[in-house]
Design a protein around this ligand. Structure first.
Ligand SMILES: C[S@@+](CC[C@H](N)C(=O)[O-])C[C@H]1O[C@@H](n2cnc3c(N)ncnc32)[C@H](O)[C@@H]1O
Length: 350
């Protein structure tokens, strides 16, 4: 029998997250995409679901309710769906992912997207009330730090109730001790690595590497020949060095100006980078001058047939500048970074 699972990622990255799931577990089939969620079936239990890079949390589904009404009757539906769910199987999946440990405590976490005639807490309580009846004896509900978390996600007509198989390290990564203000979420950095169509022959450059997240995530995705990175701020390079060491990956880092890289012509095969953008770092005029200088330099160092994967919120500006410099964009993925929409461009020379 196929079990139902779902992966949560950043809204906009759902299809990408599912393509990584398919690559990791080829027998998986998609059931549905929802906002920030890929719901899928897979025939056997997937310890390696916890190794996904573009997913922030992964769940075994207890229930998928379609067409939930907005009125208070919905609370009864949530209650009975929880009561009828197969908890034994879900707890067994949780235990397999936790070296056989037995969960002693549980709690319900609820999330609500869209408007309903009841409150999020009421929905959470409907599920909690049902679980009080159906949880195995010996497991008790707690407010915080529960061993086992049941998440209730309400997103318009669709509702998912599931047992969380992942923990916080899936989302935050253990290596990331040092943060910088404009630092990218590891999941987004992994998504960029994934979009670079990685091969073991890659020589990867992040010319504006900040805390080093993109290069680290690329190295964790799969084999690579060489990785190079740098930043104009020495402090950023020091932080990147510490993160690289903690992640136990091999990246060579330097303090440099990305507008004049100390690298030979055609010396790299992939550029993967998060450009400074918007209010985050520079002004628009600064960005126009910077982007123009950057694309000239990227043009020089990227080998023929190479790919550039770049992220910016200055979508139109970057699009125009790269086109003017003879590049074409194969693919664009829009998602939300620090509250504003941003685009990942996958581009090559025209
Ligand atoms: C959006 S941040 C990159 C964040 C990075 N991807 C991370 O996850 O930490 C842009 C970075 O570009 C750097 N930067 C800005 N102008 C630069 C230049 N001319 N040369 C090199 N780095 C530059 C900034 O110091 C900043 O760390």
């Amino acid at each position: 029998m196929s079990d139902l699972f779902y992966a949560m990622t950043m809204p906009g990255l759902e299809t990408l997250a599912f393509s990584e799931i398919r690559a990791t577990l080829p027998e998986s089939t998609l059931v549905k995409f929802m906002r920030g969620i890929a719901l899928f079936q897979t025939p056997e239990l997937p310890e390696n679901l916890l190794d996904l890079h573009t997913t922030e949390d992964v769940f075994v589904a207890l229930a998928h309710i379609k067409g939930l009404r907005r009125g208070p009757d919905a609370l009864r539906v949530l209650h009975s769906a929880t009561l009828n769910a197969d908890l034994t199987d879900a707890i067994a999946s949780w235990r397999r992912g936790h070296h056989g440990a037995r969960p002693r405590t549980w709690r319900v976490v609820s999330q609500m997207v869209g408007s309903y005639d009841f409150r999020r807490v009421d929905a959470g309580q409907a599920v909690t009330a049902a679980l009080r009846k159906s949880m195995p004896h010996g497991m008790r509900p707690v407010e915080d730090d529960a061993d086992l978390e049941v998440w209730l996600w309400l997103g318009g007509g669709d509702v998912l109730i599931g047992v969380r198989l992942s923990d916080a390290t899936m989302r935050h990564r253990a290596y990331k001790h040092q943060h910088l203000p404009a630092s990218l979420r590891p999941t987004a950095a992994a998504a960029m690595g994934w979009l670079s169509q990685p091969t073991p022959e890659d020589i990867v450059l992040d010319p504006l590497c900040g805390a080093g997240t993109i290069l680290i995530e690329r190295a964790l995705l799969g084999p690579v020949t060489r990785e190079l990175g740098g930043d104009i701020r020495e402090q950023a390079v020091n932080i990147a060095r510490r993160n690289v060491r903690a992640a136990e990956v091999d990246v060579s880092l330097k303090t440099w100006d990305a507008r004049a890289l100390p690298l030979g012509a055609s010396s790299v095969t992939r550029i993967i980078t998060n450009l400074p953008f918007g209010k985050q770092i520079g002004t628009r005029e600064d960005n126009e001058a910077l982007y123009t200088a950057l694309i000239r330099e990227f043009d020089r160092v990227l080998a023929p047939g190479g790919l550039m994967v770049s992220l910016t919120s200055e979508d139109r500006l970057w699009d125009r500048i790269i086109q003017e410099h003879g590049w074409k964009t194969q693919k664009k993925v829009v998602f939300v970074v620090l509250g504003q929409p941003a685009s990942i461009f996958v581009s090559e020379r025209a």
